[in-house]
Design a protein around this ligand. Structure first.
Ligand code: AMP
Ligand code: SF4
Length: 469
């Protein structure tokens, strides 16, 4: 049984580039493309071959870099990060990449994922007399690498990674080289691309399209890649395991124009909608999706059941996390910031409302009420993923079991709580069919938050070192 205490999540995006004279500028555009992966902080560290320079701040990428003078951020290599902070850890010191100076070499680290044994490792490091400056998991890796006065190289990184249990995608930048690593189960996405002669690395392939790079390949589970002016070298720090790419990356987290493990996110979401319509059809007049993440699934659902897909809900795209939210009193008067129903579409209609997932149930309850107030005669909720009954320990902010509505209520009870006329979820088989389109290309997904079957636990991730690629 896994403990209910989660480590600090790093539900984030990483981007890196090697060998380009406009490294900082390209990193800025790369981070902009990854903005959906984290809105609380952004940063980059640039190398000019001799020194590293850091630029970071709290807020959206545009806010953080609005005063940046890119002609002063000179260097041919850079690593960047967008951060999604969970409660209580939103300070500037936790904004990445974390930057460590030493007399011999400096190092910057950017991380997406969650180190499950970070608390234990932190205790061990503190006992050795090390003083950690942040509450971020990422700092633990830096100290593990530099333990015993080690230099940073493939062996010391591999050794450090073999002490870590969890899900992680790391990019490490030094003055004259860059390292890229993915956890042995490949829970988080990470890809390599080319931009002319330069190498780029990104959490999601959508960033390659935006900077004009071409996709080369996915980083493999347990792979450690070194990029320098000599080119690219690969080694393995862990035996290759069954891949377990996070299913929620497809369901909700990633951008529709990204490909994960050779599968396009929009296409997989559309197939989730098709599977859902096959499993749970219902008589209605229109199908609508909750913008933005549910639109692909709603299109698939409508197509499969032969009903019109309509824009029954509109999202105000200018509402950010930092926007002043209306008080409870104003909210009750009907002030809606993020979503509004389109009365002309839903009035007098039986509406099928597709959402990608239900976590706590708050969003669905609000939307059902909104649609009914706008005149919908019936609201049938269809969820394009299975019931989330288990917390995520691998870096997606998915609450504790106590807060997960499906962990504590049956589907019938959920229907009553959110005030819908009917509720149905996609089955786990349906989800798998939608994602694992081509079994020869796709090796497997993590579905632990739906099934409770966790692919990585402190017990099953043994320290295995095998430096053969
Ligand atoms: P709720 O049920 O109100 O907690 O929120 C569910 C909504 O949040 C869904 O419509 C998803 O689009 C979105 N969502 C799903 N997973 C996450 C997550 N890990 N972090 C933030 N939002 C999420
Ligand atoms: Fe993704 Fe769920 Fe697995 Fe976490 S538990 S990695 S959210 S599929």
């Amino acid at each position: 049984m896994l403990a209910e205490i989660k480590g600090l999540n790093e539900e984030c995006g990483v981007f890196g580039i090697w060998g380009h004279e406009k490294a900082a500028e390209i990193t800025y555009y790369g981070l902009h493309a990854l903005q959906h992966r984290g809105q609380e902080g952004a940063g980059m560290v640039i190398s000019d071959g001799e020194t590293l320079k850091q630029y970071k701040g709290l807020g959206l990428v545009n806010d953080v870099f609005k005063d940046a003078n890119f002609s002063e951020l000179k260097g041919n290599a850079s690593v960047g990060h967008v951060r999604y902070a969970t409660q209580g850890d939103g300070g500037i010191e936790n904004v990445q990449p974390l930057y460590f100076r030493s007399q011999t070499e400096s190092m910057a680290l950017a991380h997406n994922g969650n180190i499950m044994n970070a608390y234990k490792l932190r205790g061990e490091l503190e006992e050795e007399g090390r003083i950690l400056q942040t509450t971020s998991d990422t700092e633990v890796l830096a100290h593990l690498i530099k333990r015993n006065g080690n230099q940073v190289n493939e062996t010391t990184i591999a050794e450090a990674l073999n002490h870590i249990v969890g899900a992680y995608a790391f990019v490490i930048l030094l003055e004259d080289r860059m390292y890229v690593a993915l956890d042995p189960r490949g829970l988080r996405p990470l890809s390599i691309g080319k931009l002319g002669d330069s190498y780029v690395v990104s959490s999601e392939t959508c960033a390659f399209d935006i900077v004009g790079a071409t996709f080369e390949r996915e980083v493999l589970p347990g792979e450690l890649i070194t990029i320098s002016d000599k080119g690219i070298e690969t080694t393995r720090f862990a035996l290759r395991e069954q891949r377990n790419m996070c299913a929620m990356e497809y369901v909700y987290f990633s951008r529709p124009d990204s490909n994960l493990n050779h599968v396009n996110v929009h296409a997989s979401r559309k197939r989730m909608g098709i599977e859902l319509a096959k499993e749970s059809p219902v008589e209605a007049d229109v199908v609508t999706g909750v913008p933005d993440s549910s639109i692909s699934a709603a299109i698939g659902y409508a197509e499969e059941c032969g009903l019109p897909y309509e824009m029954g809900l509109i999202k105000n795209r200018y509402v950010g996390r930092t926007f002043i939210q209306p008080s409870q009193e104003l909210r009750e008067q009907g002030v809606k910031m993020k979503l509004s129903p389109v009365r002309g579409i839903v009035e007098g209609k039986r509406v099928i409302m597709i959402d990608d997932s239900i976590v706590r149930g708050t969003t669905s309850r609000r939307i059902v009420r909104m649609l009914k107030e706008a005149g919908a005669t019936e609201v049938h909720v269809r969820i394009a993923s299975p019931t989330i009954e288990n917390p995520c320990y691998y870096g997606i902010d998915m609450s504790t079991r106590k807060e997960l509505i499906a962990a504590n209520h049956s589907v019938d009870e959920i229907c009553e709580i959110i005030g819908a006329d009917s509720v149905a979820y996609l089955s786990t088989e349906g989800l798998e069919n939608a994602i694992v389109k081509d079994k020869t290309l796709h090796q497997g997904i993590c579905k632990a938050c739906f099934t409770g079957n966790y692919p990585v636990t402190e017990r099953n991730q043994k320290a295995v070192t095998n430096t053969e690629s």
